[in-house]
Design a protein around this ligand. Structure first.
Ligand code: ADP
Ligand code: MG
Length: 681
């Protein structure tokens, strides 16, 4: 199997350089990659049904013969149309194809055929538009692969079929037999063959379960090894000799909460121990005041002659941290700089030079901080905000710019315990379980679009009182539509009570400079209603914004909704969150109702995990883990099982050196060699 990863896909029939480029877009370079590229779903061609029995509004497979077919004819816009009448021995339906004139031969061949599509009843007639058609011998379950423009699923299917023939007769299974027996898992050979070409849907389940198990196990083994690599980092090169946090607190315009004070003193204790460097996660719900904690630690570190790097996931956030920190720190002679991708070359050079010669004490920035030409004279403390957004490799790239620096990680997304263990494993944990005083619960309502107009009236009332609002519209369809749909939305506001309000637009495709300008206008009150896609989700702080309205709320995970809601309720005024959804499904209603009932992020995260399984979490790519394929279809049970299996394996063989772990070793390295997740040694 390993050798198939050295065989380029162009070795397969019908894949030339051009098509190989399309495969590459899907991350498939070798035959091995293809074997490990699993179908998204399946089409069931195995049980053709009769026209009369076709389920309403659902795709199904109809078996029949063509009674009449007329040659393809041209219609408007250069399209061709092909119509045939299909009989199943009892009923008849009209089938229509567009731009597939070549199907005429198959349709007039007189053989029995299968038609896969949706049967519609129109008066006394049945019809099926643009079905997939195939000869009867093709019956069975067909894989449907994730696609990219120009590469339809059946081309991938064809390639996968060829790849199956190249599989070695005896495949090395990364999962040792003992383990497979213990957890009732099928062999790799069976799993690979059946995930692509199953005979039954039970096969699919069996294969998926095994592959998900393998993937999660490998993930956990890899994470554990990354951590053990870190643990060797020895003694911290810098330590705090004198604690300056009290001095810092006295400069704050507010009294820190008990939780903030505790978190800071835990950090200071780590950093003054003289032993291994601090490795601490400060986890606190949105608005719990993590920035002040980071700043206090930063202040003490600088006073003890260390340099600090503070990395945030977006330019907006980096700028915001810069603004709040520099105000405090500059006044006491600490030099703070902002370094992001949009800083001009000349300015970058100046900042880098000042970091290298130690003139600058604190640098706040985005991924730009990990670029090669950034170096420090004595980087003693690395802080990352909203940590789960960074890949493992980005994290370690910044850390490697210092000599065993102290690490402080801040996370707002309340990750359920089971998953936090897996991702942050050996980090010490400080929890900010107390909100600054005077914060009020954000009242949350769930409405359907019929009430939207009234909701706009509610927004208007608050705007008249001087408040500001966010309206979040999730992406509709592809990201190209993003701008269009948000702009259209603003246009529509003109015929609502919000017609004369000052609106602003924020979306992911904007240049960082433009985003910042819009955010600055919103911050300074020049914008009443900020219509946005989800770019505002992370960390934005405008206390005067008191209403968050979220369209198509069902499209978001609960934790994401909670993050969004965290943008309001940051000031003294009562705040509201309005969830708009027309979705009637039970689980959806149940999920959204959780939002109305509680403001506790950890409860919400656990509830989300319970209601939806870990799939969304793994699917959302918000965790900085390597990309997973089948894990999103897995269950909590598999997650728990793999956790204990990983512990057992590593207890016995921490470097995966034993013969029976060779396959696991190989797959672990392969998973972590992919973009953004760091290399294992
Ligand atoms: P988060 O934990 O979400 O990063 P922030 O650090 O952005 O929260 O803090 C949210 C807001 O609360 C900021 O405006 C900050 O100035 C304010 N704040 C932080 N700590 C306190 C406190 N102890 N008392 C009052 N306000 C505070
Ligand atoms: Mg924050």
């Amino acid at each position: 199997m390993a050798s198939l990863f050295n065989m380029p896909v162009t070795e397969l029939k019908k894949i030339g350089a051009k098509r190989a480029e399309l495969f590459a877009k899907l991350g498939i370079y070798s035959v091995g990659d293809l074997v490990r590229f699993y179908p998204r779903t399946y089409e069931d061609w195995s049980k053709p049904c009769r026209i009369e029995d076709a389920p309403e509004g659902m795709v199904c497979c109809i078996g029949g013969y063509v009674e009449r077919v007329s040659p393809p004819s041209r219609i408007r816009g250069g399209m061709t149309i092909l119509k045939a009448v299909v009989c199943d021995g009892n009923d008849r339906m009209t089938v229509t194809f567009f731009n597939q004139p070549y199907l005429y031969d198959l349709l007039s061949s007189g053989v029995d055929l299968l038609f896969y599509g949706t049967v519609k009843k129109a008066g006394y007639y049945y019809e099926m538009t643009a079905p997939t058609v195939s000869a009867l011998q093709k019956a069975g379950i067909h894989p449907v692969y994730p696609q990219t423009a120009g590469l339809p699923s059946r081309h991938i299917e064809d390639a996968a079929k060829q790849a199956m023939k190249l599989l070695p007769e005896k495949m090395n299974d990364p999962l040792p037999e003992e383990l497979r027996e213990k957890y009732g898992l099928c062999s790799l050979d069976f799993a690979i063959r059946k995930i692509h070409f199953p005979d039954t849907f039970d096969d699919v389940e069996t294969a998926r379960k095994r592959l998900a198990f393998e993937e999660l196990l490998i993930l956990q083994l890899g994470m554990a090894r990354l951590k053990s690599g870190r643990r060797d980092s020895g003694t911290a090169a810098n330590r705090i000799v004198q604690d300056y946090s009290q001095e810092f607190f006295s400069m704050l315009p507010f009294e820190p909460t008990g939780a903030q004070k505790r978190a800071v003193s835990e950090c200071i204790a780590d950093m003054s121990s003289g032993g291994s460097p601090m490795n601490r996660l400060v986890q606190g719900d949105v608005g719990s005041g993590k920035t002040a904690v980071a700043a206090a630690v930063c202040y003490s570190a600088v006073k003890n002659n260390m340099q600090c790097a503070f990395m945030a996931p977006t330019e907006i956030l980096a700028a915001q941290h810069y603004n709040s920190l520099s105000q405090l720190l500059l006044s006491c002679g600490i030099k703070v700089e902002l370094l992001t991708g949009s800083v001009k070359q000349k300015e970058k050079k100046r900042i880098c030079a000042a970091l290298e010669n130690g003139e600058t004490d604190v640098v706040i920035g985005t991924h730009a901080l990990i670029s090669e030409n950034v170096s420090f004279s004595n980087l003693g403390l690395v802080i990352t905000d909203e940590q789960h957004r960074f890949g493992v490799s980005q994290r370690s790239a910044l850390i490697s710019k210092g000599k065993s620096p102290h690490i402080l990680v801040m996370s707002a997304t309340p990750i359920p315990r089971t998953l936090a263990l897996m991702i942050f494993g050996d980090l010490e944990l400080s929890v900010l379980d107390e909100l600054p005083p005077g914060r009020q619960k954000v009242d949350t309502f769930l409405i359907d679009s019929a009430k939207r107009f009234r909701a706009f009236g509610f927004l208007k009332k608050h705007i008249n009182e001087g408040r500001q609002c966010y309206i979040v519209c999730p992406l509709v369809g592809q990201s190209e539509m993003e701008l269009e749909s948000a702009e259209e939305y603003i246009e529509k506001l003109r015929s609502t009570p919000l017609a004369d309000c000052r609106t602003g637009l924020l979306h992911g495709k904007m240049k960082p400079k433009d985003k910042e300008a819009v955010m600055a206008d919103f911050s300074s009150g020049k914008i009443d209603v900020l219509v946005s896609t989800t770019v505002i989700e992370v960390g934005v702080d405008v206390p005067n914004a008191t209403i968050m309205m979220i369209e198509n709320a069902e499209r978001f995970g609960l934790s994401q909704l909670h993050q969004l809601r965290g943008r309001v309720g940051r000031g003294k005024e009562k705040s509201y969150c309005i969830l708009v959804s027309d979705h009637q499904g039970d689980t959806t209603r149940q999920r959204l109702t959780v939002m109305c009932k509680t403001n506790d992020g950890f409860r919400i995260a656990d509830e989300d995990l319970r209601l939806r399984g870990p799939g969304d979490f793994f699917g959302s790519r918000q965790h900085g883990l390597p990309e997973l394929k089948v894990a999103s279809m897995s269950s909590m049970e598999i997650l728990d099982q793999t956790q204990s299996a990983a512990v057992e394996i590593l207890r016995d063989d921490p470097m995966l050196e034993k013969k029976e772990h060779r396959g696991l070793n190989f797959e672990t390295k392969r998973l972590f060699s992919k973009t953004g997740s760091g290399q294992l040694q």
